[in-house]
Each structure stands twice: as structure tokens, then as C-alpha cells.
Design a protein around this ligand. Structure first.
Ligand SMILES: NC(=O)c1ccc[n+]([C@@H]2O[C@H](COP(=O)([O-])OP(=O)(O)OC[C@H]3O[C@@H](n4cnc5c(N)ncnc54)[C@H](O)[C@@H]3O)[C@@H](O)[C@H]2O)c1
Length: 243
């Protein structure tokens, strides 16, 4: 990774799946890493196994996120890399989903992303350098069937990413999004099962599904000094499924 290996990195949703893979990669690159997540048992496990700072916080609860960010800043220092991976899946026909299901998807996936980014921006402006990578979804790029709330929340994340790139890039802060397609994680397993995920490999031009390591590798590059001219982009790590 080009650039100093001492940049305080925060990964939301870092206790599982993509976020866990990202936390592992950044820790191995030498950065001080903190994760926060709602699954306390998995937070403790990840903190123990990876040697990262692990906190329990719901990204949809702004006061909880602010408290977690404050604790991370106090223990590790100013935050200059933020990866937002916390998110929930949501499915259902437009004729069937409830207002609560709609609100929950928007609150966690979209407002949760905003909640994680806003409190760390002052640290990045002060440093004159920052990297923000949001994990959106191919569902926010294409016509995703029977998941209007999930698709809208992820399209919102893409829009938020683009808007912030315009505002923050003059400060040396790049803001990009990775919209994954099919990643073999606990979330995907809960939806269609491990065999179901692997069966989807035939749809993907590279003939395999992706793994957290694929997303983490792209994330590491986007957070390097070498990627300083890449901002406001959707970096499609999807095996060519959507181009
Ligand atoms: N797996 C896929 O195929 C896929 C595809 C496209 C996009 N994504 C997106 O990637 C991101 C990571 O998903 P994943 O597949 O690694 O799933 P995952 O369930 O393995 O990991 C998501 C993590 O986010 C945490 N989380 C959920 N709600 C939270 C909240 N309110 N506050 C804090 N943490 C919360 C979960 O506890 C979990 O640890 C999500 O935003 C998801 O929408 C995943």
C-alpha cells in the first residue's frame, strides 16, 4: 500500500463478511484499525483475532456512532480512513413491504453511512488527507427486482458518495464507492445458502463469485496514496457481471 502505514482506519460492520475482510487487510498493512458493529459476540471475536479495537454501535443511532468515533479518536488518534460496510439485506415486493421495513433499510444502509462519515470529516480536513470508501451494491446501479427499499438505500449511498467527492476532494479527501455483486458472506448465505451463492458463479463472466478478500484488495488500493486521483467513482468489483 503506497503511503504511510499509520493511518487510523475505521470499518463499520467490521465484525463480519466484507467489513471483516477489510479490517484484516488494513491491520495486516500496519494501520491502527477500529471496527464497530451491532453483533457484540462477533466484535469481541474479531478484536481478539485481528488485534483491532472493537466497539459495539448501531450505525442507525447517531449518538452511538458519535460515542464510538470519540472513543476511537481518544484511543488511536485522528481518523483518516473510513470504510462503511455496515448494512442489512432487504427484500420484498412493493405491494408487500411495510413502512417500517422501508424506514429500516434507509436508516441503516443510507443514514447509517452518513452517520459514519460526517463525524470523521473534520479529522480528514485537519489532516489535509483522507480516504472514504462506501460499500454500496450493484442493486443500486441496476434494476434490482423485488427489493425497492434495499435498491433505493444503495442508490442513495452512491449519490451520497458522488456528492461528497465534489465537496471533499479539494481537501485531499477522496470518496469512492464499491458496489459489490455476489459476495460469499454470512449475509449472502442467509439469503440463498452457501450452495446457492456458488451456483451463481456461472452467471459471472470470470466464472466465480467474489469473496471479502476481493473487495478488501480494491479498498486497500483506493485508500493508498497512489489512488489520489480517483474520486467520486463507482469501482465495480463484480467479475464483469455489470459493466
Ligand atoms: N454479500 C453480498 O453479496 C453483497 C452484495 C452487495 C452489497 N453488499 C453490501 O456489503 C455490505 C457488507 O455486507 P456483507 O455481505 O459483508 O454482510 P454481513 O452480514 O456479513 O456483514 C455486515 C455487517 O454489518 C453489521 N451491521 C448490520 N446492521 C448494522 C447496524 N445497524 N450497525 C452496525 N453494524 C451493522 C452486521 O452485524 C454485520 O456484521 C453491506 O452493506 C451489504 O449491503 C453485500
Amino acid at each position: 500500500m503506497s503511503g504511510p502505514a499509520d493511518r487510523v482506519t475505521v470499518v463499520s460492520g467490521g465484525a463480519s463478511g466484507i467489513g471483516l475482510g477489510v479490517a484484516k487487510r488494513f491491520k495486516e498493512a500496519g494501520h491502527p484499525v477500529a471496527i464497530f458493529d451491532v453483533q457484540a459476540d462477533l466484535v469481541a471475536q474479531a478484536a481478539d483475532e485481528l488485534g483491532v479495537l472493537g466497539l459495539v454501535a448501531d450505525v442507525g443511532d447517531r449518538a452511538a456512532v458519535d460515542a464510538a468515533i470519540e472513543q476511537i479518536r481518544a484511543e488511536l488518534g485522528p481518523i483518516t480512513i473510513m470504510i462503511t460496510s455496515a448494512g442489512i439485506n432487504a427484500e420484498g415486493k412493493i405491494t408487500e413491504i411495510t413502512q417500517d421495513e422501508w424506514d429500516r433499510a434507509i436508516r441503516i444502509n443510507l443514514t447509517g453511512t452518513f452517520n459514519c462519515i460526517q463525524p470523521v470529516v473534520p479529522d480528514m480536513i485537519e489532516a489535509g488527507w483522507g480516504r472514504i470508501v462506501t460499500i454500496s451494491s450493484m442493486a443500486g446501479q441496476t434494476a434490482a427486482p423485488e427489493r425497492p427499499h434495499y435498491a433505493a438505500s444503495k442508490a442513495g449511498v452512491i449519490g451520497l458518495t458522488k456528492a461528497l467527492s465534489a465537496d471533499l476532494s479539494p481537501h485531499g479527501i477522496t470518496v469512492n464507492t464499491i458496489p459489490p455483486s455476489i459476495v460469499h458472506t454470512p449475509m449472502a448465505e442467509a439469503g440463498i445458502g452457501a450452495a446457492g451463492i456458488e451456483a451463481m458463479a456461472s452467471m459471472v463472466p470470470v466464472r466465480r463469485v467474489s469473496y471479502p478478500e476481493d473487495i478488501a484488495a480494491a479498498c486497500e488500493f483506493l485508500c493508498s496514496d497512489d489512488a489520489g486521483f480517483i474520486t467520486g467513482q463507482q469501482i465495480n468489483v463484480n467479475g464483469g457481471l455489470y459493466v
